[in-house]
Design a protein around this ligand. Structure first.
Ligand code: NAD
Ligand code: MN
Length: 503
């Protein structure tokens, strides 16, 4: 039996094959447990359970208020287990315990809370103004799609699971979720919460397993109505192809290379903190990380000095220690990717002004191959690969600019359009720069603050559709128009003459 089983149709179970895979704590490279490894057949079984729960079960027929009460129970039960969720989130994925405690656990709770509010407050049916001739009465109904699948990445497993499950359930859909293989445990742990919250069997299913088999089934099975994916742009393109077979609704949240623009009137002290937070939180393994800092020429030297001085003070170490700022990356493979980019950066740009290698002097039990120093390249040309490609690691490109117009042009010179920042002492100036950015989110004098009440998603190759906000809720609802002719007389049907005056 696996230590961490699949959650299908309200029950924990092994994969039908009995196969498992090992998941590790990347900091020490020690195994944490054996996870049941779903194959295509297990994924089919989960989709079929979700289909039955939608077609025959009570969930879609319940009122929004009743569903909201169950989702609030989920929020409460995650809270009751907050320490074990935080510890496992940090241990399995390598993110710091600070991030897990202050972002991952409360972030997943607030998503369930927000979508509970949507289920209560957003009407299921709205009457539109009618027309006297031809006479009509009109309603728009908002209805669940049916079975919604979600495929999620390894960087924020608990929050990503909540972003996919909570809106699906709130709107009356049923759901199947697949976490990434590096970090499956906390999403699987949610199964207990759903059992205890008395969510009917099959309404939520969580399966762990390879993207190429279990994941492809979730994106292509004809019983699935909508699929939501968060991950790389490359896999996102594949998801769209797979979903096209039965023309499923698709939302995609993909990669990024966001620009954090520092204008010459910014408070440099706070702006430096915003740039470091925007880049190095979770070692830059965040889709909307501000990995290009665009800095106005007149403050460039002073600002770069502040960045380097403070980046060198960040504490690298065991992610389970509250004093640690930067833990391990998710895997050795991710460290190797970062190393390849840093080597490329040395060729394209020159020596980094800080970092550039694996840290030394780590505690003895830590696997140094899992860590990387916060690394800053200065004077970067935006046309280099270093500035164009998503690295998903602790690497910042600092790029000088002269005018606000030039900053906007550089920021927009990217295939991506996910996030961005403007650091400035003048809100009107900052808003005018923000208006020019072709991205789904812009933070002014801030970074990374995503809240479930506000829409999140990408322009260009960063994705399609939105999660969160009322916009995100509505991506989980079909729209139906009902037209009724209230006329009792023949004259209400004059338009039938468009066919024939004889009928
Ligand atoms: P990934 O694309 O490799 O994997 C994401 C998920 O897709 C995993 O669960 C994986 O098992 C699954 N998968 C892989 N191949 C599949 C296939 N052929 N069919 C179906 N499923 C498949 O990404 P990752 O390495 O887990 O995460 C890093 C990437 O995610 C980065 O590019 C990052 O920018 C992006 N990301 C985006 C957002 C966002 O909101 N836009 C958030 C977090 C991460
Ligand atoms: Mn792991």
């Amino acid at each position: 039996m696996a230590d961490h089983q699949l959650f299908i149709d309200g029950e924990y179970c092994d994969a039908a094959s009995g196969d498992t895979f090992t998941t590790y704590d990347p900091a020490t490279n020690t195994p944490i447990g054996e996870v049941a490894k779903a194959d295509k057949g297990d994924a089919t079984r989960a989709v079929e359970a979700a289909r039955r729960a939608f077609d025959e079960g009570p969930w879609p027929k319940m009122s929004g208020k009743e569903r909201a009460a169950k989702l609030r129970k989920v929020t409460e039960l995650i809270g009751a287990r907050s320490e074990s969720f935080a510890e496992m989130e940090a241990r399995d994925g390598g993110g710091t315990i600070k991030k897990a405690t202050f972002a991952d656990v409360p972030g997943s709770q607030s998503a369930f809370e927000w979508f509970a509010r949507c289920a209560e407050d957003q009407p299921d049916e709205v009457e539109l103004p009618g027309t006297p001739f031809p006479p009509s009465q009109n309603w728009v109904r908002y209805e669940p799609h049916g079975v919604c699948t979600g495929i999620i990445p390894w960087n924020f497993p608990l929050i990503m699971a909540a972003w996919k499950i909570a809106p699906a359930l709130a709107a009356g859909n049923t759901s199947v979720i697949k976490p990434a293989s590096f970090t499956s445990i906390t999403a699987l742990m949610l199964g207990e919460v759903f059992q205890e919250a008395d969510i009917p069997p099959g309404v939520v299913n969580v399966i762990a397993g390879p993207g190429g088999t279990a994941g492809e089934e979730l994106a292509s099975n004809p019983l699935v109505d909508k699929t939501a994916f968060t991950g790389s742009t490359e896999v996102g393109r594949r998801i769209m192809q797979l979903a096209s077979g039965t023309v499923k609704a698709v939302t995609l949240e993909l990669g990024g290379k966001s620009a954090n623009i520092v204008l010459d009137d910014a408070d440099l002290d706070i702006a430096a903190a915003a740039v470091l937070f925007g880049t190095f939180l979770h070692n830059g393994q965040v889709c909307e990380s501000g990995t290009r800092a665009l800095v106005q020429r007149s403050i460039y030297d002073e600002f770069l000095g502040l960045l380097v001085e403070r980046a060198n003070k960040m504490v690298i170490g065991n992610q389970l220690d509250f004093a640690t700022d930067l833990g391990p990356l998710v895997s050795r493979g991710q460290v190797e990717t970062v190393e390849r980019y840093v080597k490329l950066g040395r060729d394209e740009v020159g020596e980094p002004v800080c970092g550039g290698g694996r840290p030394t002097g780590l505690a003895e039990d830590l696997d140094e191959q899992a860590f990387f120093e916060p690394t800053i390249f200065a004077g970067v040309d935006n046309r280099t690969k270093l500035a164009q490609e998503e690295i998903f690691g602790p690497v910042l490109c600092v790029i000088p600019f002269e005018s606000d117009e030039e900053a906007v042009a550089i920021a927009n010179d990217s295939i991506y359009g996910l996030g961005g920042g403007v650091q400035s002492g003048d809100l009107e100036r900052a808003r005018s720069v923000a208006a020019g950015l072709r991205t789904g989110t812009v933070w002014i004098n801030d970074y990374h603050l995503i809240s479930p009440e506000r829409p999140f998603g990408g322009y260009k190759q960063s994705g399609i559709g939105r999660e969160l906000g009322v916009e995100g809720y509505n991506t989980y609802r079909q729209v139906k128009h009902i037209h009724a002719n209230p006329s009792s007389g023949r004259d209400g049907y004059m338009h039938f003459a468009a066919l024939s005056s004889e009928i």
